[in-house]
Structures are given as C-alpha cells and as structure tokens.
Design a protein around this ligand. Structure first.
Ligand code: ZEM
Length: 289
C-alpha cells in the first residue's frame, strides 16, 4: 500500500494526532440520509461491541485484538447479521488510513459512535493486531436476546464483568433499533435512537410494556404508542432484584450512567489485548467533533 496516505510512513510511530485524524474521518461519514434514523453510529457501535464481547477471561481468547469477524465463519455467526454494513463503512476509513489495524479501527469506531451521539468520552488506545482465521471464536459467545438474567450473567461474567457493568453496558440500547431481517426483532428502544442518553432506563422502568402480538420472536412493545420495543433480556434488567436498583439509579442519574458506561465499555474494548501490545501506558481521551 505504498501509494496510499500513510504508506510512506507506514512503519513510523503513529501519534495521538494520527489517530485523531482517523476518529475525525469516522465521525464525518456517520450521517447517512435515508438509512435507519439517519446515522450509522448505532450499527458502528454494535460492531465494536460484537468484536469485543467474544472475550473469555479463563482461556484469554476472543475480544477485539484480532478482528476475526472479518473472516466468513465468525462474520456469519447469527449474532453478527447486519454488521457487514458497519464493516463496509469501516473499510472506507481503512482505505484512507491503511496503517491502522482492524481491531483498533473497529473499537475506535465504537468510541466515535458513543461520543458523537452525545455520550461520555471513552478512554481508548491503539495496539490491536490483525489476526488469522485460526483466532476466530466459536459461535455462542454473544448474548441471546430471548433469554434472561442467568444467561446474561453467564455471558458477561465470562468477560469479567459484574452486575453493575451489565446494567450499564445494556444502556447502549438508547441507540439504534432492531431489524427483522437481521435479528428477527423489530423497532427502536427510545424515541431518539441517534442520541446517547439514559432514556433506555427511564422508558424501561416507567412505561407500561406488553408482549407484542405478531409472527416474530417474543418481544415487548410499549402500551401507549406501540412504537418502542424491549427484548426479553432488556426486561430481565427490571425483573431481576439485583439489576433493578441499578436501573433505577441510572434512570435518575445520567451522570452516574455515563461514568459507569465509559469505564465498562473502555474495559470491554481492551479485553483480550495483551498489555504489552498497547502503544501507550494510559488510554487517551479522543476529542469529539
Ligand atoms: Zn445490543 N442488540 N444486545 N448491545 N445493540 C441489538 C442492537 C444493538 C443484545 C441484543 O440481542 C441485540 C448490547 C447488549 C445486548 C447495541 C449495542 C449493545 C439487537 C438488534 C439485538 C437483538 C440487532 C438488529 O436487528 O439489528 C443483547 C441480548 C444484549 C445483552 C444482553 C451491548 C452491551 C451493547 C453496546 C455496548 C446497539 C448500538 C444496537 C443497535 C444496532 C443498530 O443497527 O441500530
């Protein structure tokens, strides 16, 4: 790739300013008229999460290090349906900055998506390397929305998270929507799906929810407008007696949610990356545009 920008200096040490340029390029292209709610931010965030959430702390496999969703087997896992849209968008950024690894690119995309939709600053640093097909993780490491609290704990404890982290991370459902042609589920969680806020918790607690009557998978709809949705796993956050008080706290205190989300998500996108691979000792706060 010697003709490309960065080609001549492909081996030179990159600085925070170089990564800020990548951040800015990702941010610039997120808006997309006619696509969903007008932004690629939600699906780009979902790519960062699904590329990181495969981590297993016991075997130290999975996680964002090797970006193995590039390969057909992992890319084809049911949970990853629809994420090609985000990977294709990221490929346009990779063309401009060929020196960045896919793992760094995709996790930085998650940071951009959160920050540019009004969420907290997510500490991030580079150092992930591109892996091989042999590094792919087996299917089944990501959560199944049809299940409940026990399954959520199984999946997130495996990644080293606790109950508070689980509740905070699930608040990302303030962003985006479900697509019947991807997961089978349908609809957004909030009235402002391109704005990162604590409104997921507020709606979950304070709206009345009922089972949606339809041919699709079991999901909830709000009684009042029937335009919002909750997954069975979302509902488990208020039926489980340990999760519920945390939902109540975040519904009242957006600052507490932002702080806890930033910490948990920053950890999630570093899981599985050997410490010595990171190019800086401390993560950076990238500037929002
Ligand atoms: Zn989600 N998520 N997620 N999630 N997610 C969907 C969409 C999005 C679960 C889940 O099954 C689903 C986290 C946790 C969990 C986002 C971010 C994060 C969809 C809809 C499903 C079914 C996919 C579709 O049809 O397009 C389950 C079961 C979870 C935990 C128990 C965590 C953690 C996230 C980030 C930190 C985002 C942003 C979306 C919206 C994607 C889009 O395209 O709009």
């Amino acid at each position: 790739y010697s003709q490309q920008e960065g080609g001549a200096s492909a081996t030179a040490e990159k600085t925070k300013a170089d990564y800020q340029k990548v951040y800015n390029a990702i941010a610039e292209g997120l808006e997309k008229e006619g696509y969903d709610d007008g932004s690629l931010a939600p699906v780009v965030l979902r790519l960062a999460w699904h590329s990181s959430g495969t981590y297993d702390k016991d075997t130290k496999t999975g996680g964002s290090n090797y970006a193995t969703m590039r390969f057909p087997a992992e890319g084809g896992h049911g949970a990853n349906a629809g994420l090609k849209i985000a990977r294709d968008y990221m490929e346009t950024i990779k063309k401009q900055f060929p020196w960045i690894s896919y793992g760094d690119l995709w996790t930085l995309g998650g940071v951009v998506a959160v920050q540019e939709t009004g969420g907290p600053v997510i500490p991030w640093r580079p150092g992930r390397i591109d892996g091989f097909e042999v590094n792919q993780t087996p299917d089944g490491r990501l959560p199944d929305a049809a299940q409940g609290a026990k399954h959520m704990r199984d999946i997130f404890y495996r990644q080293g998270f606790n109950d508070r982290d689980i509740v905070a991370l699930c608040g990302a459902h303030a962003l985006g929507r479900c697509h019947s042609d991807r997961s089978g589920y349908e609809g957004p969680w909030t009235f402002s799906p391109v704005s990162f806020s604590n409104s997921f918790y507020d709606l979950l607690l304070n709206d009345a929810w009922q089972w949606k009557k339809w041919k699709g998978p079991d999901q909830y709809e709000d009684k009042k407008t029937k335009s919002l949705m909750m997954l069975p796993t979302d509902m488990a956050l208020i039926t489980d007696s340990k999760f519920k008080p945390i939902v109540q706290e975040y519904a009242k205190d957006e600052e507490a949610f932002f702080k806890d989300f930033a910490k948990a998500f920053s950890t999630m996108i570093e899981n599985g990356v050997p410490t010595e691979q990171f190019k800086t000792k401390e993560p950076w706060n990238m500037e929002s545009s």
